[in-house]
Design a protein around this ligand. Sequence first.
Ligand code: ADP
Ligand code: MG
Length: 651
Amino acid sequence: MERHAESKVIVAVRVRPLSEDEQERNEESIVFCPDEHNLLVSQEGLVERAFSFNMVFRPECSQQEIFQTTGMRKLIDMAIEGYTCTVFAFGQTGSGKTYTITGPHCLFSEDSQESELEGLMQRSVAYLLERVQHSDELFQLCASYSEIYNEQVRDLLNPWLTYSLAVRGSTTSGFYVENLSVVEFCNLEGFMTLLERGMQNRQTSSQTQNEHSSRSHSILTLYIKHTLTGAEPVVVARGKLCIVDLAGSERVKDRDSDTEKLLEETGNINRSLLTLGKCITALVDPKKRTGHIPYRDSKLTMLLSDSLGGEGITLMIACVSPTAGNLQETMNTLRYSSKAKRIKNKPVAKSDLREQILASLQKEIRILKEENMTLRQHLPKFQEELESGASGSCTGSTDGTVEPVYYDERSESTGSDAGLISLLQDLKREIDKLQKDKRLLLDKQESSDQQRECLSQENVRLLRKLRDLERVICSSPHSNSSYSGISLDNEASSGNSPQCVQNPTVPQQQLPPDQSPSQPPYTITYCCTCSVEAHQQGQGCPQLLERLALHEDSYGAHHLNPQDGDAARHPRAVEGGRQPGREHPGEEPAYGACPPQRRRSQVEKRGYAERFQGLLEARGKKAQSVEMTAGRPQQGDPGLPLLVKKRGETS
Ligand code: ADP
Ligand code: MG
């Protein structure tokens, strides 16, 4: 059940034009319409009274204008949504109620072509049919047509029934007419057939005020069933539009013939209208509104109870005659209308909550199914795009560059595809990124391969140089197979700064082969960095000291592997070349650039110094023996600058 905001009964007043008879009698209008909301009743010297309503229609207003301005379309729209909407015309006999609701009586004659005179009933049904026929959803339209005559309900679509229908009340449906025939229609012709049949069956009689005066209240009810189509059709709304044409109130003294039958009719009509008046009065009174409303006092008020004080939306069209002779009835109608416009209703749409939930779920399922179908249709194409995007980027260019392939949004850009397209684009971006990373990695690998190649070439070159040097040393006239020239620093003896020892000629330290199977192929016993001159000048060689200190523990002597990191860090140590213009005295030692952690500790150095001392002593002894046999070597003779022996090579 869907509740609408509180709404008041809408009241419109329509003033009938002067009839031909009235014009002939030179009667004048006493009802004036200064604008579309105000109405003035003014009879010279007697009464002057102003009223305001939701709408006021001048006598010259057309039927179409009434239909448009009263908001009938809105009312029908709400009925489609499930609300109970009521429009009823009331007023004095001959004031134009039937004319407003169904059009003039002549309209129903066989040769009538005046469709512009059609009343609210035909126009409403035409609009309703137009609405439902242009909808995708299913609507079922039915109609019932009944009249209340002398407090008896008669089925106008089934006039052969000899008995009157009972009005029953239920807590869920309110008041209803039992066994009232409801006929389905699906076009205007079908409805018009029903309407004509019903109009023919209405109780009318000729009166002073109206040649075809209705002697009953007629109620046309249009039932609108709104169904959602699907695997399981669900009814979502059951709306109603009631169009009521009331019998006119009239004074008994105005009657032409006071027959018993007519008096009874008038009494019943007036009674029901009086009850209607009482109900309206009670409904607008805040104190009485919550109390008893005398709906049950007449069948008319019973059947209008929902429209008046319940959950419906109501439009009242008060019809008034303009002449002075109808002043009293006009005033009564306007007073009731003024009261009625204060009635507040709480409209409720008749739709089952469970059905609504079911309907919304079914609708959702339907949308999802449609979406699923669309996605399935587009899936092969997207897969194709994805594959071509992935492979195309690898093979599409000869220089190895990636040409990203993006999905062309213009090709397929329906609303449901948007998510998939964006997903696809994300994937493509990811693929591009991965391919770029891969390319960078390959580049890096290539450059590192080149570096490795360079290094290996450099190593080969250095190895070749080393062999050349070895050959030079071996062929040198100073080479002595029984002596190893070594320049060692004796920190203790020569101060703080390491220095080469003058003419260091000490026997080569030989290592037993079994001691170090993995030793490098060369044993260095000479500092390749120091120049011959330096040795001649008696300078120490700090580089060799350090190198010896570094490697002695491992090899028992200083080994130089051409692939050693030290060699790479100090190429001169490998090359053994003399640096032109660079001499030891006062010059920063070549190994001065070595990091401090590479320097040996004082204890270690002291150990070397002791050993060096021992070597010096051994050399001294040897020199003495050589001197004794072959004479002393000349002071300043160049020492043995290099003495590199191949491992295993015996002197
Ligand atoms: P009611 O139903 O209120 O008794 P009717 O609708 O039958 O009155 O109207 C009485 C007479 O007045 C009819 O002949 C009708 O054609 C005429 N009439 C009513 N209203 C209008 C109008 N707006 N324009 C022209 N003729 C009208
Ligand atoms: Mg009438």
